[in-house]
Ligand binder design. Structure first.
Ligand SMILES: Cc1cc2nc3c(=O)[nH]c(=O)nc-3n(C[C@H](O)[C@H](O)[C@H](O)COP(=O)(O)OP(=O)(O)OC[C@H]3O[C@@H](n4cnc5c(N)ncnc54)[C@H](O)[C@@H]3O)c2cc1C
Length: 453
């Protein structure tokens, strides 16, 4: 006979910032988390962009419940006003937090499936009384099944970047040219990576913070490696919002990224190509030619950096009943709050268990993954999500429904969306993107309590 569901652990998929915050919140509620992490350390995805500096200061990337767990361990809280790199975030916060959680975090555990025990997706009978069964593979190639009362999927989207092809599928020739296409912001401090781009002509595809960062890095490189040039490829035109909110952004470092990209274009380190929707990559000797609709061709480039966003991996969730928006692949009730077709505003209504619920009870997608393909996720949003979800799992509906966060604005809230055809997709969201409901403000800019033990 199965154990009563309530004594089972809640499985958290992923030991990233939001998965670990979920574990901290569950512990705070007296519940038992089990974090399953595919990588060998906490923050395995964040470590892969360890060279990138966050646009959020420390005060906005440390979860409050996590901080309480860390306080008795002599953890030294970083200066809340300074900005960590991805590497700092992993080493100075995520790994110490995972270490405090001890055997509640398992590494080398890759989740390959989630289902209701003994019930495939079709079966209704006594479905909600069944615990979840979580399938995983271990680092040595073994297989395991874990029984769980609830599942919080915080597995992020890092491993599934969007392709170069403007239709969302690989461009013709994209696979063949794989050795000269990168889907990450390059680490130009690494001599091998630096050599790859120094003196070269590189296409940078995308229009978000990562593309701005790559443009700024290449502009810096061009100052010491003559001939380095970026061709910045945008699917839309350049307008008032292209570079983000600039000085109006409530996260100044985020605004500065857009301004750095603008400077790269204005100073001639990058040339912008607008309205270019890549369909094919052709080989031209050792170089690559990008081709768009109407056989529009660009001059050859040596390298391509594709920064067109990420998408969720839903493959291991095929046996549970999710309610996802057909555009964003985000939970249905959350999608209208974050849809870049509808609004360009970074002010997302804080949300929790209610907006993140699915037809299948007790399973939640949180963190970066909860946003599906929407680009505006902030760690603070994820911390608020898991605070609410831990309360819901503990049966505290009042705390689950309470909103305890106001998010910073991008400074680009004046109408058009982030995507190319906002009008086609625009809908009346009632009140517009900046009309957040009254909230209790905590967290943003709050100083980190100094570590004590
Ligand atoms: C370059 C960059 C800069 C950013 N800067 C900021 C910033 O300044 N401020 C801000 O608020 N946000 C920022 N973000 C956005 C966001 O906060 C981060 O991406 C954050 O890491 C998301 O946390 P997460 O826990 O949701 O996912 P992740 O950090 O991606 O963690 C997911 C974890 O799940 C693991 N995993 C994946 N699949 C499986 C599986 N099947 N089984 C087990 N484990 C699995 C991964 O190994 C990983 O450790 C940035 C994002 C990027 C990419």
């Amino acid at each position: 006979m199965n154990a009563p569901t309530t004594v089972l652990p809640t499985v958290v998929i992923g030991a990233g910032p939001v998965g670990l915050a979920a574990a901290a919140r569950l512990v705070e509620r007296g519940l038992e988390p089990l974090v399953l992490e595919a990588g060998a350390a906490a923050g395995s995805a964040v470590r892969q962009w360890s060279h990138v500096r966050l646009f959020s200061p420390w005060a906005e990337v440390v979860d409050q419940a996590a901080e309480k767990l860390l306080a008795p361990t002599c953890w030294t809280a970083p200066d809340g006003a300074t900005y960590p790199t991805g590497g700092d975030w992993a080493e100075r916060y995520l790994q110490p937090l995972a270490d405090v959680l001890g055997d509640k975090v398992r590494y080398g555990a890759t989740v390959t499936g989630v289902a209701r025990a003994g019930r495939d997706r079709i079966v209704d009978a006594a479905r909600e009384e069944q615990p979840f069964t979580v399938h995983l593979t271990t680092a040595d190639g073994g297989e395991e099944r874990i029984t769980a009362r609830a599942v919080i999927d915080a597995s992020g989207t890092w491993s599934t970047p969007s392709p170069l092809g403007a239709d969302g599928l690989g461009a013709l020739g994209e696979k063949t040219a794989a050795d000269r296409i990168s889907y990450r912001v390059p680490d130009l401090k690494d001599p091998a990576v630096r050599a790859r781009y120094a003196g070269k002509r590189t296409a940078v595809v995308g229009s978000g913070a990562s593309a701005f960062t790559a443009l700024a890095y290449l502009a810096d490189l061009s100052k010491e490696a003559p001939g380095t040039h970026a061709v910045w490829i945008l699917r839309r035109g350049i307008g008032a919002h292209t570079y983000g909110g600039g000085e109006a952004d409530q996260l100044p470092a985020r605004g500065a990224l857009g301004l750095a990209a603008k400077a790269a274009v204005e100073n001639g380190h990058a040339s912008a190509v607008t309205g270019f929707r890549t369909q094919a990559v052709e080989q031209d000797g050792t170089r690559l030619v990008l081709v768009a609709e109407g056989d529009r061709r660009l001059d050859p480039v040596d390298e391509v950096i594709v920064l067109t966003g990420f998408r969720p991996d839903l493959s291991f969730l095929s046996e549970v009943r999710l309610g996802l928006d057909e555009r964003l692949q985000a939970p249905t009730a959350l999608a209208p709050l974050i849809d870049p077709n509808v609004h360009s505003c970074g002010t997302v209504h804080p949300h929790g268990a209610t907006e993140l619920s699915h037809p299948e009870q007790d399973i939640y997608l949180v963190g970066m993954k909860s946003y599906g393909r929407a680009p505006t996720f902030l760690a603070l949003t994820g911390y608020e999500q898991v605070r609410s979800i831990a309360a819901a799992i503990a049966g505290d509906r009042e705390a689950a429904e309470r909103v305890e966060l106001t998010l910073p604005e991008t400074g680009v809230c004046s109408g058009g969306g982030l995507l190319e055809e906002p009008d086609a997709a625009r809908s009346d969201t009632g009140g517009g993107c900046c009309a957040a409901p009254a909230t209790v403000q905590i967290g943003v800019g709050a100083p980190i309590a100094s570590g004590g033990c």
